[in-house]
Design a protein around this ligand. Structure first.
Ligand SMILES: [Zn+2]
Length: 176
């Protein structure tokens, strides 16, 4: 029997009527459900987007200012806002984190992974080119720069980003 405590991010109390939530099978899966008003909490991965931005043989990376994985490096990436197209997310995050205005040139990959400790995310990676701005770390990036794939500046924070960098030719080991 699955209890609420076994479901990460499950509401304990109903956000609509404040009754205590229970677990009820719905659509073949146990879901947090309100026995009082019928509210069902559907848990979904959070969507995000990032860019692969190159200068010659180098690629743009940013160093994370905040946890999780503060101090480690990623492609410029962030979460999709409620009212935003996913392509707009990629352009906005690139500008916020690197100071660079970019134009998307194609879809590169879509990866689902875990944002530590336990948040499932689906990240859409676009290829992009610069069309303005000046390189400057901003928002939740502590540093931003362009690096050769065989001379990355430090540890790459997330498996999805390592996968993309490997696909681009970086000599990174496969790891969980
Ligand atoms: Zn309720």
């Amino acid at each position: 029997m699955i209890s609420l405590a076994n479901i990460a991010h499950a509401f304990v109390f109903c956000p609509r009527c404040r009754a205590e939530m229970a677990v009820v099978a719905s659509g073949g899966r146990p879901r947090p459900t309100c026995p009082s008003c019928g509210f069902i909490q559907y848990l979904n991965p959070a969507p995000g987007a990032g860019v692969i931005l190159r200068r010659g043989a180098t690629v743009c990376l940013v160093r994370r200012r905040f946890e999780p994985r503060a101090g480690q490096w990623t492609l410029p990436t962030g979460f999709q806002e409620w009212d935003e197209d996913i392509a707009t997310t990629a352009v906005r995050e690139a500008r916020e984190e690197t100071g660079l205005q970019v134009r998307l040139t194609g879809l590169f990959a879509v990866h689902t992974g875990i944002l530590p400790p336990d948040r499932p995310v689906t990240v859409v990676f676009y290829e992009a080119v610069e069309c303005g701005g000046e390189l400057r770390a901003g928002d939740d990036a502590a540093e931003a720069g362009f690096f050769a794939l065989d001379a990355l500046p430090g540890r790459i924070a997330f498996a999805a980003h390592r996968k993309v960098l490997r696909a681009l030719g970086a000599p990174l080991e496969e790891e969980p």
